[in-house]
Design a protein around this ligand. Sequence first.
Ligand code: ZN
Length: 248
Amino acid sequence: MKAKELIPIPDLEGARRVLCIAPHPDDAEIGAGGTLAKLAEKGARVGLAIVTDGRRGTFDPRQDLEAVAAIRRKEQEAAAQRLGITELYWLSYPDGAGLPAEELRARLIHLIREVQPQAILAPDPWLAYEAHPDHRATGLAAAEAVLFSSMPPFYPRAGLDPHKVDLVAFYYTARPNTFIDVTSTWEHKLAAIQTHTSQFPADTWPMVEGYLTLKAQELAENRGFPLAEGFKALTPMHLHINVDTEIT
Ligand code: ZN
């Protein structure tokens, strides 16, 4: 027996209470939309926390950034509805302006203690070439929050009890260990992404759809189903002094 087998890969599909944490409006749909829709269809309670307001998501120099944020909020609400997400939590940091690491960690810990999810989904902060600081900071704060939310001395607040999360599943990962069959919800995922019209104008859609579909086919290869989303699913025990986590 190998030492790493003592801490098995946790079961994302069995989670009944799920909180997805996204850096921007649209990341949950792109990274995990098929899985979120599938979990919701199976009766799980699925919430979504959006860390920034997405105000810099435009190539138009004349656009008012508050207006961009307002548009993206509406798009996110519609997309979430499409996936069966029942609660949205807006942390409302300005997009791309630098996130306060400790404050964000504390806010996510408080949110976890309030929502009490079994599973957290977040972008993989250890994706080697990720250049967007909101993605790195959000993933890292989510991992830290999963590690510390069960420990009373970390950011105590009256009325909120410590809560142990069973697992974190990192999307946007290059090292997946979990492959969810999203064939039945693939159309919902694509429709939810397309709801973000400000980010995916019609002329760019064929490339986006083509890339996502080919990637989902690659992730599903030799698994007996056509389309998958890939995650690095880990327990809190994998998130500290664990030399096996990289190869788990
Ligand atoms: Zn993003």
